[in-house]
Design a protein around this ligand. Structure first.
Ligand code: 13P
Length: 254
């Protein structure tokens, strides 16, 4: 079954709203007419509203980088799924390793966020990945299986089909060291097997699995050529519109 590819840019804590607006206008000029690939930009919260207006009537979609699991309440400094949905946010990155490691988010909290996003009609991009220590101890597969199982606890099959999973080995994020296409493909196939065990074959075939971690214009094509790599979650290389557009272009050629 052909899964539509998705190239997502995670801008992390970069770009003021004016800088984000300038990049978005450039991206619109470079990518507005592409329909065969899903394109997603995840700016800081402060630019979601203005980018929603810049990307209106284009096929470029908007994602958030995090959210709280409650709908509303006394949670100073937090933002909820219905607030995001209301301004046109279609996706949310959840469980990113920077959230896990710097802000102490655990699988239980991420599970609550996944459930809340789905309830609000936002597709979660659930990030999983092992650290270099875990990899060196040969724990990669156990870590990924446990993250998936816990983060997807009580998520129904119908909802699971709306999910996107991003495999982001922690040792590859922002380090310039990326997994080889073969390593990444093996892991993506393993993730699909876990999804099949948790749900069924059909669900495993539908869910898109992105690779993230030092994806650049010079290594994206080889990764995207692999059958189980359905797209990329791009950090640093998404900050420059022309470079991001080049990576999107690579996803169009199989
Ligand atoms: P880099 O592409 O900068 O390694 O970041 C990857 C990432 O964390 C995307 O979410």
């Amino acid at each position: 079954m052909a899964r539509k590819r998705l190239i997502a840019g995670n801008w992390k804590m970069h770009k003021t709203d004016s800088e984000a607006g300038e990049s978005a206008v450039n991206l619109k000029a470079l990518l507005a007419n592409i329909k065969d690939i899903d394109i997603l930009i995840c700016p800081a919260f402060t630019s979601l509203y203005s980018l929603a207006s810049i990307f209106r009537k284009t096929s470029i979609m908007l994602g958030a980088q995090n959210m709280h699991f409650e709908k509303e309440g006394a949670f100073t400094g937090e933002i909820s799924a219905p607030m995001l949905r209301d301004i046109g946010v279609a996706y949310v990155i959840l469980g990113h390793s920077e959230r896990r490691h710097i802000f102490n988010e655990d699988d239980n909290m991420i599970n609550r966020k996944v459930t809340a996003a789905l309830a609000a009609g936002i597709a979660p991009i659930l990030c999983i990945g092992e650290t270099s220590e875990q990899r060196n101890r040969n724990e990669t597969l156990d870590v990924l299986e446990s993250q998936l199982t816990r983060c997807l606890k009580d998520v129904s099959k119908a909802n699971a089909k709306k999910l996107i999973i991003a495999y982001e080995p922690v040792w590859a994020i922002g380090t310039g060291k990326n997994a080889t296409p073969e390593q990444a493909e093996d892991i993506h196939r393993f993730i699909r097997t876990i999804i099949e065990n948790l749900y069924d074959r059909n669900t495993a075939e539908i869910i898109r699995i992105l690779y993230g971690g030092s994806v650049k214009q010079f290594n994206a094509k080889a990764l995207l050529d692999k059958p189980d790599i359905d797209g990329a979650l791009v950090g640093g290389a998404s900050l420059e519109p022309a470079v991001f557009a080049e990576i999107v272009g690579m996803a169009r050629i199989k």
